[in-house]
Write a protein that binds this ligand. Structure first.
Ligand code: PXP
Length: 258
């Protein structure tokens, strides 16, 4: 058994953005991402992640307000480093804010935040969020320079972008998959040595989760698109339960059980 209190427990954050994507395809209220967030707890989610994008293509301002009022799980608010998003974060005070890069034309968050070059711009955001008691996470590629910059900014957490690893898996490129996984591994070891709490996410599926879940430094995985897609076939709660079980199996097999 892996205990929630163990330093080896790996939390599962469920990203509900794409429940809102389906809702918005028709307008109206169905399916309700807040209902999905409530159900996610039954599946074993340890937290809920929602990204309020500048163009509001999925999650809306009302969703964020309702998530804050109606769910008991911790909320991880994904946001771009803009004045508008900072104000919203300071209003709702989520448990954590994950700063992500955002381009209007992208389909999803395509790469990590350039913390190294954007250090001066990000400084105020990290500071104000932390002053408000919000834990700050920076979504970065598995790159030591980015981790150094995140540590200099005194971010609490970095979330490593797992997209390149997952894409290599999907494209059936085993060598590239192994290389990308190795980069994530190295980044986790290095980031932890800098005192950063290590998370990972983006693109994870039933097939890719276990190799990441065994990394002992990781404390949280954030998974969304695949789970919402799989909910069509399995149902939301069973899909989350299956992801949770795979994470637990991987941790236990790696000797990370409490
Ligand atoms: N973590 C971060 C920072 C993200 O931006 C996203 C995508 O919104 C995810 C995790 C979840 O990625 P996916 O939806 O591909 O599982």
């Amino acid at each position: 058994m892996v205990s929630h209190d163990s330093k080896h427990f790996l939390r599962l954050g469920v990203n509900i953005d794409h429940v809102a994507t389906i809702r918005n395809a028709r307008g109206g209220w169905h399916p309700d991402p807040v209902r999905a967030a409530i159900m996610a707890a039954d599946g074993g989610a340890d937290g809920i992640t929602a990204h309020l994008r500048e163009d509001r293509r999925h999650i809306s301002d009302i969703d964020i307000a309702r998530l804050r009022q109606e769910i008991s799980l911790p909320l991880n608010f994904e946001m771009a480093a803009t004045e508008e998003m900072l104000e919203i974060a300071l209003t709702h005070k989520p448990n954590a804010a994950c700063i992500v890069p955002e381009k209007r034309e992208e389909v999803t968050t395509e790469g990590g935040l350039d913390v190294h070059s954007g250090h001066n711009h990000l400084k105020r955001y990290v500071h104000e969020l932390r002053e408000a008691g919000i834990r700050v996470s920076l979504f970065v590629d598995a790159d030591e320079r980015q981790l150094d910059a995140a540590a200099r900014l005194e971010a609490d957490i970095v979330e490593i972008h797992a997209g390149a690893y997952c894409e290599a898996h999907e494209q059936r490129k085993p060598e590239l998959r192994a290389q990308e996984l190795e980069r994530i591994k190295q980044a986790c070891v290095y980031g932890q040595s800098l005192g950063l709490e290590m998370h990972a996410g983006h693109g994870l599926t039933f097939d890719t989760v276990k190799d990441v879940a065994v990394l002992p430094e990781l404390r949280e995985l954030n998974i969304g698109h695949f789970l919402v897609g799989e909910a069509i076939f399995l149902g939301l709660v069973p899909a989350i339960q299956k992801m949770r079980a795979l994470m637990n199996e991987a941790r236990t097999a790696a000797g990370l059980a409490a």
